[in-house]
Ligand binder design. Structure first.
Ligand code: NAP
Length: 490
């Protein structure tokens, strides 16, 4: 169940948030500490769905500054006005919670506990103490420092679901996003969402629309397979906007989340066993290899994985950047026998050089730091060259990060310095770079990093779920840029 937290601050704002969130939420939480209690009755009437009344005090990270008596009086009034649920803080003690339950036998009480900044829960202990409160729903919230902390929320939910106890477990902050999406997968009762058109009530809250439409959070279940992107940062990645609609289109019971990970080893130890497949991005592509049981030739040659799938408890790893880039280039020009200049010597360059050689291109590598180009060339069997010494090739591929937003005015090669029939740029933000524009002006056919992204993502999808993605849908989704995608869905 998705509960949209209504935050106002004016009653009119709150009404608008209720209207806009209604298609995506089954319930509303009226944050009476944020919207005030003056319009509570009107809002309860306006809601048209069950309501949780919450009046969070400052000592529990809320905004209510009045006395405890005044606060409980507001919640008493909300219960009398027909709020189906009232949220009471575990910290007020068992006595006041039981008294409230006696005064309002028809109102269900959510007993909630919010740990202080930086404090991590011990799920077993927290669950046992919350359970003694007798609340109809038990809620635990804490700050996630890293994506692995989602595991603590999931452990809390697992314990509760074993007792058939309704529970909410939230790891707050960007690193805890998965806990807000995957609650049903671990037996949780509900998730709290940011309202449409209003501010979130807690850090890391995902909008009701995005939870419902993109992640299908309210339709997941105990059998849902978990896929996701491991990296740092992952906020601007396109993956969630592509994989989730593709999974939905194919009717696969799976979801794709973002995991902003600092400590990769801790993440794999705590959440690795819950995931069925992972995409890996910077800065973990190389280090992730140590967690792969069965790396394929591409992963070993490139020295990095960007895709992992778990089959019978063992992680297989590959690098779809390699074939993704070459499939993109070969949309306009088969590379066999062609002279190809690759600019760069990082992960993308290694992947492109490896796959271009496999497809029998004649590959040269040039890089700002020449020694790195020499190392890549030596390891893979290409030729290291200085950019100034090359004037004409069949294909030129930019695998540096030059031209990537925000430095969109830059290009890795001076205009007209290298003539090529085909120019490819791995950079995909923006999709049309200065490098590509200048190559086009000089008569080259151009291939963008977005086409590479599409091919590598479609390969990932196939590896994840053993089904072909709907390429028309994938192209449609990619025809909008990242910000438009996130803007449409969040
Ligand atoms: P990386 O490992 O950090 O390598 C960066 C490369 O760029 C290095 O060769 C570096 O040269 C060079 N470079 C950086 N700044 C430069 C400058 N000012 N002038 C000249 N060279 C410069 O990065 P990566 O993972 O290979 O990624 C490279 C690009 O590919 C990024 O834009 C990334 O977004 C893109 N990419 C796209 C896809 C896709 O699906 N389209 C997939 C993967 C990567 P030095 O060795 O001298 O530092």
């Amino acid at each position: 169940m998705i509960i949209a937290a209504i935050t106002g601050p004016a009653t009119g704002d709150a009404e608008a948030q209720i209207r806009a969130s209604a298609p995506f939420a089954s319930m509303f939480e009226l944050r009476l500490d944020l919207v005030g209690d003056a319009g509570a009755e009107a809002l309860l009437r306006h809601a048209g769905k069950p309501v949780v009344a919450t009046c969070r005090p400052v000592w529990e990270r809320g905004a209510f500054r009045g006395s405890e008596r005044a606060r409980l009086a507001i919640l008493d009034a909300a219960a009398c006005m027909g709020a189906q649920y009232v949220d009471l803080e575990w910290k007020i003690g068992r006595g006041p919670i039981r008294d409230f339950m006696r005064r309002h036998p028809a109102t269900k009480v959510i007993v909630s506990r919010h740990l202080g900044p930086g404090e991590l829960p011990r799920p077993g202990r927290e669950y046992a103490s919350l359970r003694r409160s007798g609340g109809a729903v038990l809620k635990l919230a804490f700050d996630a420092r890293d994506a692995c902390d989602n595991a603590l929320a999931f452990e809390f939910l697992r314990l509760a679901s074993r007792d058939r106890q309704k529970a909410v477990g939230i790891a707050m902050g960007e690193a805890g996003e998965a806990s807000r999406i995957l609650y049903r997968r671990f037996g949780g009762w509900a998730t709290f969402a940011a309202p449409e058109g209003g501010p979130p009530s807690a850090s890391g809250q995902v909008s009701a629309r995005m939870l419902s439409r993109l992640f299908r959070a309210d339709r997941l279940n105990g059998k849902t397979r978990i896929f996701g992107l491991v990296g740092n940062p992952v906020r601007y990645s396109l993956g969630v906007y592509l994989h989730n609609p593709l999974l939905e289109r194919e009717g696969v019971n799976a979801v794709y989340c973002r995991f902003p990970v600092t400590d990769l080893d801790a993440f794999m130890a705590k959440l690795g066993n819950d995931a069925s497949g992972l995409s890996i991005t910077l800065p973990h592509k190389e280090r992730m290899l140590r967690h792969v049981d069965l790396p394929d030739g591409a992963a070993l040659a490139v020295g990095a994985v960007n895709t992992m799938v778990r089959r019978r408890g063992r992680w297989r790893g590959t690098n779809t950047d390699a074939a993704g880039a070459l499939d993109a280039i070969e949309e306009v020009q088969p590379v066999r026998g062609k002279r190809m200049l690759v600019l760069g010597a990082g992960g993308a360059a290694r992947a492109i050089v490896y796959e271009a050689l496999r497809r029998r291109a004649v590959v040269m590598v040039a890089n700002r730091t020449h020694e790195r180009a020499r190392r890549v060339a030596r390891a893979l069997g290409a030729e290291a060259v200085r950019l100034e010494s090359v004037h004409e090739v069949d294909i030129i591929a930019n695998a540096t990060s030059v031209g990537m937003a925000p430095r969109i005015g830059e290009t890795p090669v001076p205009s007209g310095a290298v003539l090529a029939a085909v120019a490819f740029d791995a950079v995909y933000t923006p999709s049309d770079t200065r490098f590509l524009r200048e190559a086009r002006a000089a008569g080259a056919r151009t291939v963008s990093g977005l086409t590479m992204y599409m091919h590598q993502a479609s390969m990932q999808f196939r590896l994840f779920v053993r089904k072909d993605p709907d390429m028309r849908l994938l192209r449609e989704l990619l025809s909008e840029d990242a910000s438009a995608l996130s803007g449409n869905l969040s």
